[in-house]
Design a protein around this ligand. Structure first.
Ligand SMILES: Cc1ncc(COP(=O)(O)O)c(C=O)c1O
Length: 381
């Protein structure tokens, strides 16, 4: 028979590598050009959090929930482990008994990137609408696709879920209010996926509460879902049911609180850097397909005769590599000016090489910005 010491020996676990401190420092440098990474200051602050159990209202976590509820103008908040969990639990809590549907933008996170969660968790069909103006859903789009009435062939719309920003673009607040007034007049709930609502607040200098007022429930990232007290009480029940009732969450809540205090004020500089990247791309002749209204833009390098793969290969070969995907470029608080300069020089170099082989640049199309779309709408009226 095995001795207790032998059993203890097999159970022992040391996950810290001998080099993890140095590895973290190296990783911090590498990823900070491309991905975000907790800074030492955030980490130090996080370790000061209380060590309570969040199934029984962990104190630091409760303080974050109350704060987020207050700044979004809602009665209560609930800590959740991820943005996806927030969206899904919000839908599950709003929705009661199928048949029903959720209307959203075709490009939204809820439609494309939550593994079909609305169908799985809530039995909800999604009405995924392509905005007619190519930028954001309008009241007319909603009215055209909403499902009302008692026809039992259809799944009536029970929730409209909007995302702001969506792909870095700002949803005009007057349009949100028009959609919300209409939805509420039909007894339909409004949910905001506000993973990037901070960027809207920073860029338009609008208080969070004003941005969130048209919605019944909001998920402004920082791991908190906010809404009316009865809704949050039910969502807490759903969180338990989904297995998302976590224990010592203070360390995560404190990281989120740190981000609100110290990182939010950095956003105007982030947006300026994204615009600088956009200007640099346009000077080279690259087509920008979705403009840098906040921290991200989308581009198409075929106008200069190159491809995403060619750019990504060169970027990964830099002495300080950049990890690139395809059309989406995101700037964040840890993106350095030199990272933007490096990317622009790679693309400039590729454009020159293509020209030397006889490639003639296409005239890059320029997507309309919001003010131009509105001018067009006014003229049509
Ligand atoms: C708009 C939006 N909503 C929701 C999420 C989901 O957040 P998480 O990755 O924490 O599940 C993301 C993640 O990137 C997002 O961009």
């Amino acid at each position: 028979m095995a001795t207790f010491d032998a059993i203890s020996h097999t159970i022992r676990c040391d996950i810290l590598s001998k080099t993890h401190v140095a590895d973290n420092l190296a990783m911090r440098k590498e990823v900070s050009r491309t991905f975000t990474f907790p800074t030492k200051e955030m980490y130090d602050y996080a370790t000061l959090a209380t060590l309570g159990d969040d199934v029984y209202f962990e104190p630091s976590t409760k303080a974050l929930e109350d704060h987020v509820a207050q700044i979004t103008g809602k009665q209560a908040g609930l800590f959740l482990p991820s943005g996806t969990a927030s969206n899904q639990i919000a839908l599950r809590t709003h929705l009661m008994q199928p048949p029903y549907s959720v209307l959203c933008d075709q490009r939204s996170h809820i439609n494309l990137y939550e593994a079909g969660g609305a169908a799985f968790h809530s039995g909800a069909a999604l009405t995924a609408v392509i905005p007619s103006n190519g930028h954001h859903l309008t009241l007319e789009d909603v009215q055209q696709h909403i499902v009302l009435g008692n026809n039992n062939h259809n799944a009536p719309t029970a929730v409209i879920a909007l995302e702001n920003t969506l792909r870095g673009t700002i949803f005009p607040q007057d349009e949100i209010i028009a959609i919300s007034d209409y939805a509420h007049s039909q007894g339909i709930k409004m949910h905001l996926d506000g993973a990037r609502i901070w960027h809207v607040a920073a860029q338009t200098e609008t208080p969070l509460k004003e941005l969130c007022d048209p919605f019944d429930s909001v998920h402004p990232s920082v791991l908190v879902l906010a809404g009316p007290t009865a809704f949050i009480d039910k969502a807490r029940w759903m969180r338990k049911l989904f297995g998302g009732g976590m224990r010592q969450t203070g360390i995560l809540a404190a990281s989120a609180a740190y981000a609100l205090t110290y990182n939010f004020p950095l956003l105007p500089a982030v947006h300026a850097l994204a615009r600088r990247l956009e200007k640099g791309l346009e000077e080279i002749g690259v087509e920008v397909t979705s403009r840098a209204e906040t921290c991200m833009l989308f581009y198409d390098p075929t106008s200069i005769g190159t491809t995403f793969d060619e750019i990504a290969d060169r970027a990964s070969d830099l002495p300080e590599p950049l990890i690139l995907g395809d059309a989406r470029l995101v700037v964040h608080i840890q993106t350095s000016e030199s990272a933007v300069d490096d990317l622009l020089s790679i693309i400039r170099q590729l454009a020159e090489e293509k020209q030397a082989t006889g490639f003639v640049k296409h005239a890059a199309k320029r997507p309309k910005v919001q003010s131009e779309m509105y001018a067009q709408r006014e003229t049509k009226k």
